[in-house]
Ligand binder design. Sequence first.
Ligand code: AMP
Ligand code: MN
Ligand code: MN
Length: 320
Amino acid sequence: MNQLKERFWQEITAANSIMIAGHIRPDGDCTGSCMALYQYFSKEFPQKETNVYFESVPEKFEFLKKIQERKTECSDGKRYDLFIAVDSSDKERLGEAGVYFQNAKRTICVDHHISNLNYADLNIVEANASSTAEVIYQLLEEEQIDCEIATALYLGIIHDSGVFKYENTSRKTMEIAGVLMEKGVNTAKVIDETFYQKTYVQNQILGRVLLESMMVLEGKGIVSCVTQRMMEFFGATPADLDGIIEQMRLTKGVEVAILLVETGVLTYKVSMRSVKKVNVSDIALKFGGGGHVRAAGCTMTGTFHDVVNTLLEYCEIQMK
Ligand code: AMP
Ligand code: MN
Ligand code: MN
């Protein structure tokens, strides 16, 4: 890490213009990590031109300082000295921001996905880290981290560690969180208002998806589906589905949970979670996706039953 940190700072020092962007449909880790870097560079290097891009930002993250300064489109395709890809395991997941990656003079990728393809000039990928925010914390100087930067990092950590409960949570995760707390983060508020709180619509759709879920693999698996009709009926956005798969995974006896979200005709965004045996990242990789050992995703085509049956076959092999 020390050597990577040194190389990271060499790149930052050499760049006069920096673009920061994460993956499509940004989650808490992606948003918090990007904003921590953006706030840090804006504060420490006001002479540099630093920008951050998001495809969209869930409303619950809008409280982060300076997030209103973000870019929301990439049509200028500007050639930056340095592009930093955050929390994105491959180039394609950068979405529209891929144009900045292509055009940049130098590129860095900061990530924690085991499936990361090391696609940048400098790749800082720690597969054992709870979150990209945890990796970024280690790149920054502790003394320069103010309460707002700490809040962004803390947000990233709690979202990807499921508030410190997933297997990816380590002693280091807790120690970093401790330092961030001392910077004055309002932890209870960040946890409640960005992680646990649900809107009425979110609760309704959660209820509906659980109601229609099915137990498979003799009680070791659970599957469910969100159709486009359901999304329209509830007036829901993809971000409203956060946390549903986690509730499925928590069903007693379940080792693997699969949620299919219909995104087009016979096309599904697949989310998978496991408890302690199935490597869902391996399965997602077979279908062009990726992720982590216990949380991964991909896009698949076919009918609901075809897709589920295909995935369950792979799960079964691993559970033997
Ligand atoms: P999700 O189920 O969408 O919350 O995603 C779980 C994990 O898998 C996240 O860490 C994502 O980054 C990763 N992931 C989800 N979908 C894909 C995909 N199509 N390609 C690569 N990684 C993915
Ligand atoms: Mn992410
Ligand atoms: Mn992440």
